[in-house]
Design a protein around this ligand. Sequence first.
Ligand SMILES: [Zn+2]
Length: 311
Amino acid sequence: MELVNTKEMFKKAHKEGYAIGAFNIDNFETCEAVLKAAQLEKSPVIIAVSEGARNFIGHHNVRPMVESLAKQLNIPIALHLDHGKSIETCKECIDQGYTSVMIDASHLPIEENIRITKQVVEYAHPRGVSVEAELGVISGIEDELIVSDKYGKFTHPSDVERFVKETNCDSLAIAIGTAHGAHKFKPGQKPMLRFDILEEIRELLPEFPLVLHGASSVPQELVETINKYGGNMEAAIGIPEELLRKAIKLGVNKINVGTDIRVAYLAGFRKALHEKPHLFDLKAFVSPAKEEVTKLVSYKISNIFGSSQKA
Ligand SMILES: [Zn+2]
């Protein structure tokens, strides 16, 4: 199937109360493994490419790679730039055939964020490309020290309404306590999200697609496999699945998964290296790694996001 933007995907997801997974890929193999799971589950899917992954794969290779894999499948697939840092990068990706881009100017004052996001939207929309923006700080637990009011560093609901209206963006990443990376909470700390903020935003914008970043669950059995076979991922803690299910029930329509893809791949890879020390055929290690990714993505789609059979 042709690659699509996220407009119809989100509309249907919102109406039927599920979330679309945006899975970060780093190479051909992870892309193939994610798409295989989405096809098995008959689910719409977003292939997310960070600037780092884009450099790693090679700028000009991304669209042809995803396109050639997508052509053989019959599910809606969007190719999305994750955390575009500048207007220029977003424009470049739009010109290269991405169907969705994220402009992340959330570290700047809101007026600047609005101005930059608006410019990307003005370039993207006439070309049929969706735009995601970000408001609030999605980071690690360490940064939770600055608290000026009850919203702290999280997304202020009143800002959201103005931001969406002024920028005309298609979806918005909000900060309600998720964090990027594999160490989202400290050991012993009870994982929580600010559902009160999510509810307030939902009341102001009942129809608008909201996005959760940094939403990997960091499955402990995968971390254990990595550590058992020579890895050293200490105290890696993610967002519990029940919290994600609740967020979806409260209206989140896109959930980003980066860390878990890497953790799954690495678990499969390390285990295979250990079990087959006599082999030097790469396929013997890459295939089980890919299988772990497909298994993980399948599980998330069917058991957390609820997008199975929605293609
Ligand atoms: Zn993110």
